[in-house]
Design a protein around this ligand. Structure first.
Ligand code: GDP
Ligand code: MG
Length: 898
């Protein structure tokens, strides 16, 4: 059967004008769907649901002109996305075109008759041979002049009881699958209900109303009007007129091919004629046709309109989803880090970087300088709270009132009074009471120690997991010393607290200190007034005890926190940091950095998702570009255009970049500036970074500059075998002759470079700048700079001529020009995006200022006329580095005034 090929375009009756408006809108969603973003975002769609044998397949078949699998039982076993695309009649190079895809399979279909088998085969692959179902999707795209522009999702029919070899919980499984689709705000549910049954009893309508109680997103379709019992017609009319169970979108009624029609091989076009005649001639249902609520062609038109409106309405939501998902995915990816390099040498650098970052994080905690975004309260703030509580315990002890002490003193007086008259304090009694109270403080002091230990322990654990969670070996290797060192320091602190309290049992105070305190206590009592009925010895004793406790409290208030801090924070963290550094030499980085397989998988998935989302953003932004010009879009009063523009702004950085580049290309090709470029060898690890040099030369050339290249006539610090990433021990090379490779032989000794002959000088990056032009690679902030490089920098600076530097070479300016303001990119590694972010610290240590910039930007220090850009300091795409260098060259040329 090939119904559509035989039709003459009457099947779904969409007019040309409407088709033009509808198509771009539906295409937009379809192209998003084909990117696979359905996994990440909910796309607008129409889902067809209904009880078994309600007529779903018949409706779909009539709409699409495509025979879908039919039969009894569960025939639809996977969600089937039916993308119907109307092609123009003139386009008869291909009358009918079908494409089926599922998982990574695609299959071209030449004839509608192939569909049924192809769908059945795909279902078997996805849902097995039995009668089980699967959530995996099959996509069937059909292009024909006889289909409406519509995308529908066919879902399995609701089965009430499991039969044969169906799984027992088949009803639940199917309902779960249906619910997954219809609960999305982006889905319109098309609920197919036979007209000859009581609509209130249908499961599908109940399910739809559960997730869409007002029926905003639900359209009812009544089928089988020819089977309605005599006398029931008016109920059906009332149902279609939305008077029985109300839905915002209302109902439509259609008549499809019955079993007899099929047996008689009635084709779909004839079936449509028959349908029209049926409604025309029906005494009760004719009114429904007149009101536009009956027949398949009108349903097709209505659905298309609904879908377009729905897409328009859901686009802002889609935009929000996309932005949120993009942010989340980028964040998740950053949290996972960039992954371990494969090269052994780079691996150990990576390990050093990881350990250094970890130690830095510990250091921040120790200094109470950690970033508040990472934890809401600083560790030291929490510890300070504990210390505060300790002080309260002490205060409570020292402000003993006479009344508190009365009983206690009386007890001592009663049992141990000596020869003294009332009012004389018995020193032994005093001592005993002091000792007893001080002993009582030991327990809270130890509790303080334990509480602080717990705070530090959980903080360190958190830092360990956040830094090393992807590497289980490294995590384990770190966790062991964490526990051991903490226990060790806890014990040491505990011993010190014990000894402190042992010492406190020696009752002692400097005479004048004690006398002063006693005077204060007595003075206070005078002010407050003395209580009557207190015996003289109790009063006297209370005054002495209060004075002594105040003194003790004062020094314990500091002493115990000092012990705790010293061991649990300072000593413990230093010990841990040292152990981490020791790990570098002792262990095999490859082993420590073995990533858990699911981390690598998650990273891959996140990267794929990010790509999909970015492509989705591009689809939407391209669409808005076309939309502003094409008649198809301009004829639509789309509020979504605004949305699309908003989405486009997400990607505008790229547009700006190209715009800037274009402007540069157009405007500056006649500068005529004489620019010196200083090279440091050839190859990133021991000389000039070749791409950077090349980018500088391209941009200078386009900028119309006259270029001369220079390099110092010195030996390279060493030669790196770039294939292995290791020094080639026996080799030695000359910087000048190596640089000649980049200069195509046209190189001059740097000693001959004079600022008076040039308008500007530019230093590309590459390790050569840190190894051959200076000793930054080994000496960091204490580096020395090659004397000619120093002279050149100083001379150009003094002459007010611009200096351009990129990648690592800004350290040369930082060393030679005091207070210069440069950029090498970002100050945090951000999960490997800025692997050399530590350089920023060295720059500030050199007395220069560092400004954060993106890789596509250049930073201009106007005062010193120094222009810098991060280039390969950023782990990113080459074209972005190229653009950043373009910005640097442009600013250098601008500053040269040529
Ligand atoms: P599904 O299980 O929901 O996909 O239902 P089907 O589309 O397979 O339809 C079930 C049965 O009802 C089939 O035998 C169809 O031929 C028949 N049927 C569908 N629509 C109509 C209709 O409008 N009138 C009549 N008489 N039979 C119909
Ligand atoms: Mg069916």
């Amino acid at each position: 059967m090939s119904p559509s090929t035989s039709s003459k375009g009457k099947s779904s009756g969409l007019n040309q004008h409407y088709e033009e408006k509808v198509r771009p809108c539906i295409d937009l969603v379809d192209s998003l769907r084909s990117l696979g973003v359905e996994k990440d975002l909910n796309l607008p769609a129409i889902a067809v649901i209904g009880d078994q044998s309600s007529g779903k397949s018949s409706v779909l078949e009539a709409l699409s002109g495509v025979a879908l699998p039919r039969g009894t039982g569960i025939v639809t076993r996977c969600p089937l996305v039916l993308k119907l695309k109307k092609i123009s009649k003139d386009n008869n190079w291909h009358q009918w075109h079908g494409l089926m895809s599922y998982r990574d399979q695609t299959k071209k279909l030449k004839d509608p008759a192939e569909i049924e088998n192809a769908v059945l085969k795909a279902q078997t692959v996805l849902a097995g041979t039995g009668e089980g179902i699967s959530h995996e999707m099959i996509t069937l795209e059909i292009q024909s002049s006889d289909v409406p522009d519509l995308t529908l999702i066919d879902l399995p029919g609701i089965a009430r009881v499991a039969t044969g070899n169906q799984p027992k919980d088949i009803e639940k499984q199917i309902k779960d699958l249906i619910e997954k689709y219809i609960k999305r705000q982006e889905t319109i549910s098309l609920v197919v209900v036979p007209a000859n049954i009581d609509i209130a009893t249908t499961e599908a309508l109940q399910m739809a109303s559960k997730v869409d109680s007002t029926g905003q997103r639900t359209l009812g379709i009544l089928t089988k009007p020819d089977l309605v019992d005599k006398g029931m017609e008016e109920t059906v009319v009332r149902t279609v007129n939305n008077q029985v169970i109300q839905l915002k979108k209302g109902y439509m009624i259609v008549k499809c091919r019955g079993q007899q029609d099929i047996n008689e091989k009635l084709d779909l076009v004839k079936a449509l004629e028959k349908e029209r005649n049926f409604f025309n001639e029906h005494a009760h249902f004719r009114s429904l046709l007149e009101e536009g609520k009956a027949t398949i062609p009108l349903l097709a038109e209505r659905l298309t309109k609904e879908l377009v409106e729905h897409i328009t309405k859901t686009l802002p939501q889609l935009q929000k989803q996309l932005v949120m998902k993009l942010e989340k995915t980028t964040g998740d990816l950053r949290a996972l880090g960039a992954g371990v390099p494969t090269d052994e040498h780079e691996k150990s650098n990576f390990l050093i970087m990881k350990i250094r970052q970890f130690n830095d994080a510990l250091e921040e905690v120790k200094r109470a300088e950690e970033d508040l975004k990472k934890s809401d309260i600083r560790v030291f703030t929490k510890i300070r709270g504990e210390f505060g509580r300790w002080k309260l315990v002490l205060d409570d002890k020292s402000f003993k009132t006479e009344e508190n002490l009365r009983e206690e003193v009386q007890e001592y007086v009663k049992t141990r009074r000596g020869k003294e008259l009332p009012g004389f304090v018995n020193y032994r009694t005093f001592e005993n009471i002091v000792k007893k109270h001080i002993e009582e403080l030991e327990e809270p002091a130890l509790e303080l120690l334990k509480d602080v230990k717990d705070i530090v322990h959980s903080c360190v654990n958190r830092i360990v997991s956040s830094h090393f969670k992807a590497f289980s070996h490294l995590l384990r290797a770190t966790k062991d010393p964490i526990e051991d060192f903490l226990d060790e320091q806890f014990q040491k602190a505990e011993e010190k607290i014990h000894s402190q309290f042992k010492m406190e049992r020696i009752v002692y105070s400097q005479d004048h200190l004690y006398s002063n305190k006693l005077d204060t206590v007595k003075q206070n009592l005078k002010v407050l007034g003395q209580r009557p009925f207190i015996s003289a010895e109790v009063r006297e004793m209370a005054q002495h005890l209060t004075a002594y406790f105040m003194i003790t409290s004062d020094h314990l208030a500091n002493q115990v926190p000092l012990i705790v801090q010293y061991h649990i924070l300072d000593q413990y963290i230093s010990q841990l940091q040292n152990a981490m550094l020791a790990m570098i030499g002792r262990n095999n980085p490859g082993m420590l950095l073995q990533e858990d397989s699911d981390v690598a998988r998650k990273r891959r998935e996140l990267k794929e998702r990010l790509e999909r989302l970015k492509s989705a953003g591009k689809v939407l932004s391209n669409d808005s570009e076309e939309g502003s010009g094409s008649s198809a879009h301009s004829s639509m009063s789309f509020s979504s255009l605004r949305t699309m523009f908003a989405l486009r702004s997400l990607f505008r950085t790229a547009h700006f970049r190209y715009a800037a580049a274009a402007q540069f290309h157009a405007s500056s090709n006649c500068s005529g500036a004489k620019v010196a470029v200083v090279l440091s060898g050839c190859g990133v690890y021991d000389g000039t970074e070749i791409h950077e040099a090349s980018a500088i030369l391209v941009h200078l050339s386009r900028g119309g500059a006259e270029v001369q290249m220079f390099a110092p006539d010195v030996s390279q610090m060493h030669v790196i075998d770039h294939g292995k990433g290791q020094p080639a021990e026996t080799e030695s090379r000359n910087v000048l002759s190596e640089s000649a490779r980049i200069a195509r032989g046209n190189i001059t000794d740097l000693a001959k470079l004079s600022a008076s002959n040039h308008d500007a000088v530019i230093f590309p990056g590459g390790f050569g700048a840190a190894k051959n032009l200076s000793t930054f690679a080994i000496d960091g902030k204490d580096c020395k700079v090659n004397k000619d490089v120093e002279r050149v920098l100083k001379d150009f600076h003094k002459a007010g001529k611009p200096i351009g530097l990129c990648c690592i070479s800004p350290v040369l300016a930082a060393r030679v020009l005091p207070g210069v303001d440069v950029t090498v990119g970002h100050e945090e590694e951000e999960g490997g995006k800025w692997p050399y972010a530590g350089t920023t610290q060295a720059i500030t240590a050199l007395g220069a200022k560092h400004t954060v910039k993106e890789v596509t930007e250049a930073h201009v220090d106007q005062k010193n006329k120094v222009v810098t850009t991060p280039a390969f300091m950023c782990e990113t795409k080459l074209h972005l580095i190229f653009d950043g260098i373009g910005a640097m060259v442009r600013d250098v040329l601008k500053l040269s005034g040529k």
